[in-house]
Design a protein around this ligand. Structure first.
Ligand code: UD1
Ligand code: UDP
Length: 376
């Protein structure tokens, strides 16, 4: 019998864990793969929340997160720790997802060991090296280290071709986040999760109060950008006292400081802890619109028919903008205030952004990726 292919799935943050969980669960079904889950734990609490939802226990946990970690420091520690892991486990192939420090460090360390690299969510680009920072450069570099490029959309594929990646190494698969979202939706339909800090009645779809869901964490917005975002939310909360503004705040201290300084003590602003995936999906399903700088949420929200206002100047996910379900609003306080106000007061503007067709996937991305790996 042919020897099983040794596949290491390597990740470190919340979004990577969400998007790789369907692959990890899928690979277990096939005896032709011996899979090994290695987490850098670039995130600790946010990662563990996802692992427990999908009931995944890592084989190796490098436990790298430090408070307020710097990019160079984390990258250096991740490369060193992964180097030791590769020496010991010696995989035939690694799978990485997206554009985090973990992705770049794992790809570089794997390349030094001449281990093959599969890059999931390949080909996203803004062509601005500082936006998102440092993710744009992380993904460009990863592209040039990778052997398999799993592009979520045709647009992502065309970006890779422009950079000289051979066509036969690029596979359009859809984004695995939709696979994860479908698993989550099935689960919350059977059991509506509780959320600490929010009443059951606010979570109920029949509650008449509109609910605006907010998240933010981008490094390029630290400082003035976050102050401005929070000022906009404060003004919105005052103008719309009957609307609930629910903000699960990221654990990054650069985010928490301005958010709690500016937004504490407003009755209709609910600052809560980062949510585990199932309650977060339940909130997305309940809300009227999402105000965010998150990549994953831009991909998920169209499946739930929720308009997304993206608090960034650029996005590497133009498909939803084109489809009309997402809009770039930057971090300028007046622009955010006006854009949210418009959607809350103009039913026609709101209806124009509701469309349940999702350009990012159909829930079958992970099985497509696994089929491609089985063939090779
Ligand atoms: C990282 C990714 C970004 C992704 C984001 C998802 C890079 C370069 N950036 O952001 O692409 O969108 O994660 O959220 O890899 N912290 C905790 N507990 C946690 C997680 C974070 O306390 O579970 C705090 C720590 O102080 C940590 C800090 O947040 O040092 C920053 O974490 P880090 O992963 O470095 O965040 P970003 O690089 O901003
Ligand atoms: N998410 C979550 N809990 C939260 C906020 C977000 O589970 O409190 C999920 C969200 O549904 C999406 C992912 O986390 O799948 C996005 O992560 P994040 O915004 O941190 O990173 P990005 O996608 O911007 O890289």
């Amino acid at each position: 019998m042919k020897k099983a292919k040794k596949v290491s799935i390597i990740f470190g943050t919340r979004p990577e864990a969400i998007k790789l969980s369907p692959i990890i669960l899928g690979l277990r079904e096939y005896p032709q793969f011996e899979s090994n889950v290695c987490v850098t734990a670039q995130h600790r609490e946010l990662l563990d929340q996802v692992l427990s939802v999908f009931r995944i226990k890592p084989d190796v946990d490098l436990d790298l997160m430090r408070p307020n970690q710097g990019l160079s420091d984390l990258t250096a520690r991740a490369i060193s720790a992964l180097d030791v892991y590769f020496k010991q486990y010696q995989p035939d192939l690694i799978l990485v997802q997206g554009d985090t420090t973990t992705v770049l460090a794992a790809s570089l360390a794997a390349f030094y060991h001449k281990i093959k690299i599969g890059h999931i969510e390949a080909g996203l680009r803004t062509w601005d090296k500082y936006s998102p920072y440092p993710e744009e450069i992380n993904r460009v570099l990863t592209t040039h280290l990778a052997d398999y490029h799993f592009a979520p959309t045709g647009w992502a594929k065309s970006n890779l071709i422009r950079e000289g990646v051979p066509k036969e190494r690029i596979f359009i698969t859809g984004n695995t986040v939709i696979d994860a979202l479908q698993i989550a939706l099935k689960s919350i339909r059977n059991h509506q999760p509780d959320i600490t800090g929010l009443t059951k009645s606010l979570l109920n779809r029949s509650d008449p109060r509109p609910l605006v869901l907010i998240t933010g964490h981008r490094r390029e917005s630290f400082g003035a950008g976050f102050e401005s975002i929070c000022q906009a939310i404060a003004r919105l909360a005052d103008r719309f006292p009957q609307t609930a503004f629910v903000y699960p705040v990221h654990l990054n201290p650069n985010v928490r400081k301005p958010v709690f300084k500016i937004l504490s003590n407003r009755k209709n602003v609910h600052l809560i802890g980062p949510l585990s995936y199932l309650p977060f999906v339940a909130l997305m399903d309940r809300c009227i619109l999402v105000l965010t700088d998150s990549g994953g949420i831009q991909e998920e929200a169209p499946s739930l028919g929720k308009p997304v206002l993206v608090m960034r100047d650029r996005t590497e996910r133009p498909e939803a903008i084109k489809a009309g379900t997402a809009k770039l609003v930057g971090t300028d306080s007046n622009r955010i205030f006006k854009s949210v106000s418009n959607l809350l007061t103009d039913p026609r503007a709101y209806a124009a952004m509701v469309n349940r067709k999702n350009p990012y996937g159909d829930g079958k991305a992970s099985s497509r990726i696994i089929e491609i790996l089985k063939r090779d």
